[in-house]
Design a protein around this ligand. Structure first.
Ligand code: PEP
Ligand code: MG
Length: 360
């Protein structure tokens, strides 16, 4: 396997793909990361940190945080979460010793995190010393008609900067601790759902303040990068501006497909099979990259991004990163990395090798 990875990288370089072409995995837990590594993954391309919040203790503290009225209350709840997040990242960094780990800052559709049942609402009200009715009306204020187009991703980082500050502190504290133990940690902090460079500029500056503080407090030397996902069409269209503030781009083709087609990624079962039957669609665009539409946004994003910053690293971490014809497209688009779920890593490696051979 390792020989293959070297071959693929070398082949890609010969074909002019700067920094080569490799396969990483999407993983949020140390067990998954280890499994993917056994399959030959060369790093983590997407660690979805919201999945770490399904843990009861963090979920409860997070709920307190989002319904709190005061910054003090929010900061108190975040202190509890910080300790747990440091442990999460220490585990992931240890499992990926020597390999890069892209950690995506929180991207929760808020509706998945607020309490829904009466029992959950009563428990939270009790914890916050609040009347259940008052809590219910605060929760109604968080309601959204289209949560997937709502208060998620970097929008949450802009409106609640303390959440991203806490996560960056946890990532860098864990990185510093593990580095001091002799573990090689290569963290890449990724900001999701950017549509305007102003979002990335602001959040990058916030992150930098925290990073500088942790590195100076711990005295650790950690090589890190800060980048963004390109998953909103506007980000691809303005990639030249976005690249000014990004060390890397990762194409989130799940959301990019949703927003380019205007199909809800959670509801396509109702008409996509019929569309395929009637030949309106060749494939399910959430499984196989739509090269003519979504793919053009990927091409545009890479070209515009590298025009601003020739050394920009590029990858894909949507479902398509594990699908062979999409991997071939990604190779031709000049991406450096495809990232997919652990069990798709062996197929992705084969497809990556084939892409190099087919496009010689
Ligand atoms: C994506 O949108 O392609 C992506 C990888 O992020 P998520 O699936 O978590 O929205
Ligand atoms: Mg996404």
């Amino acid at each position: 396997f390792l020989t293959w990875a070297d071959e693929v990288r070398a082949g890609a370089k010969r074909a002019g793909v700067k920094d080569g072409f490799g396969v990483r995995t999407n993983a949020d837990l140390p067990e998954d990361a280890r499994k993917a590594r056994e399959f030959g993954a060369e790093g983590i391309g997407l660690c979805r940190t919201e999945h770490m919040f399904f843990d009861e203790a963090k979920l409860e503290a997070f709920r307190v945080m989002i319904v709190s009225d005061t910054v003090e209350e929010r900061k108190e709840a975040l202190k509890e979460i910080l300790k747990l997040q440091i442990e999460d990242f220490e585990g992931i960094f240890e499992a990926m010793d020597g390999l890069p780990v892209t950690v995506r800052l929180l991207d929760p559709p808020l509706h998945e995190f607020v309490p829904h049942t009466d029992a959950e609402i009563n428990a939270l009200a009790a914890k916050m010393n609040m009347d259940s009715k008052a809590l219910k009306s605060r929760l109604e204020g968080l309601n959204e008609a289209n949560p997937m187009l709502g208060h998620r991703g970097c929008r949450l980082g802009v409106t609640y900067p303390e959440i991203y500050d806490m996560q960056v502190e946890a990532i860098m504290t864990a990185a510093a601790t593990q580095t001091k133990k002799g573990i090689k940690v290569l963290p890449e902090i990724m900001i999701p759902l950017v549509g305007k460079f102003e979002e990335l500029k602001m959040l990058r500056e916030n992150a930098q303040v925290v990073i500088d503080r942790i590195l100076s407090e711990t005295g650790a030397k950690v090589e890190y990068m800060i980048g963004t996902m390109i998953e909103i069409p506007r980000a691809a269209l303005t990639a030249d501006e976005v690249a000014q503030y990004a060390d890397f781009f990762s194409f989130g083709t799940n959301d990019l497909t949703q927003m380019t087609f205007g199909y809800s990624r959670d509801d396509v079962g109702s008409f996509v099979p019929e569309y395929i039957n009637k030949k309106v669609l060749k494939d399910d665009p959430f499984q196989v990259l739509d090269q003519d539409g979504v793919g053009q946004l990927v091409n545009m994003g890479v070209e515009k991004g590298r025009k601003t910053k020739p050394e920009l690293k590029t990858s894909i971490c949507g479902e398509h990163g594990g699908e062979p014809s999409s991997i071939d497209f990604c190779y031709r688009a000049g991406l450096n990395v495809v990232s997919c779920s652990p069990y798709r890593v062996p197929i992705a490696r084969l497809a990556a090798a084939q892409a190099v051979v087919n496009n010689r």
